[in-house]
Design a protein around this ligand. Sequence first.
Ligand code: PHE
Length: 344
Amino acid sequence: MQDQINQYTAEIEAFNPANADELEAFRIKYLGTKGIIKDLFEQFKSVSAEEKRVLGKVLNQFKQSAEAKYQELKEQFESGAQQSTADIDLTLPGTGLEVGSRHPLSLVQSEIVDIFKRLGFVVAEGPEIEDDWHNFSALNFPDEHPARDMQDTFFIKKNNGKDDIALRTHTSSVQVRMMENGKPPFRAIMPGRVYRNEAISARAHCFFHQIEGLYVDENVSFADLKQTLYHFVQELYGEGTKVRFRPSYFPFTEPSAEMDISCTICKGAGCNMCKYSGWVEILGCGMVDPNVLENCGIDSKKYTGFAFGMGVERIANLKYVIRDLRLFSENDVRFLKQFKTEMI
Ligand code: PHE
């Protein structure tokens, strides 16, 4: 039995598996339930008591060294260290680094921001959790005014029994903060996330992104508003894109308008994107209501201004022809990867 153990020990020491299968065969042969070590322990039961004293130690050492060898090789295979260079095909192309891509909304947002920056607008930001004053009252939404219902608001907290703190429904709240804390002239855009309590569908979501703009100075007129937005559209959608203004209503602007552009998909011929009208609405705008200026401590006799606001998702839909708003927030990489070429 001693000879047998010596022979196995030599075998184990010399063992150098080429792959994990060979290592597994080794484990089964020596350490398995029907393996050599088990068998040796069986034989051990029937040797004389005198032999047992010597052999017991030898046998235990043998078992330990077989286990240690197996563990060592197993760890090597798991860490990949056992792979010899002979197995590597150096002519194979390497695995490319997965480079992320920018989200389509952030691509569109930075494009819009860039256009206005070139016109001298600065970027302003404000909190997403707002109070009634900044989101509504300062913007000329009187208490109980039906216009408040136009924006299905997520209220968070009441003050003195009245709904007060809410998730902002538009970034016009940032305009109020800016005017309250500074002196005219103001020329700024306000990108940011806004929230409305709407059922989620292909066409509506409970949050989306807006870019609003504000220009307040002496002698700002509706002509300035039209020319600024006309220039913006030519930059964003290309020369020759037509614009038209339709009268509208917002509590914080007077007069108010909605601006349409000639459909970017069919160029005005009619398609299902523009519901066969040739026009698509992209933003709301108007001259800042004097009440709003006064609410923010600005002399409305001296200063006038214009404001506008657009949804970034809407602009991105028209640019990339994305028909389901939910795609923007589902983080499906198959969708997001398609914008790789536009990496900045
Ligand atoms: N705040 C308006 C909205 O969310 C958009 C808007 C901004 C309209 C500025 C006119 C002027 O719908």
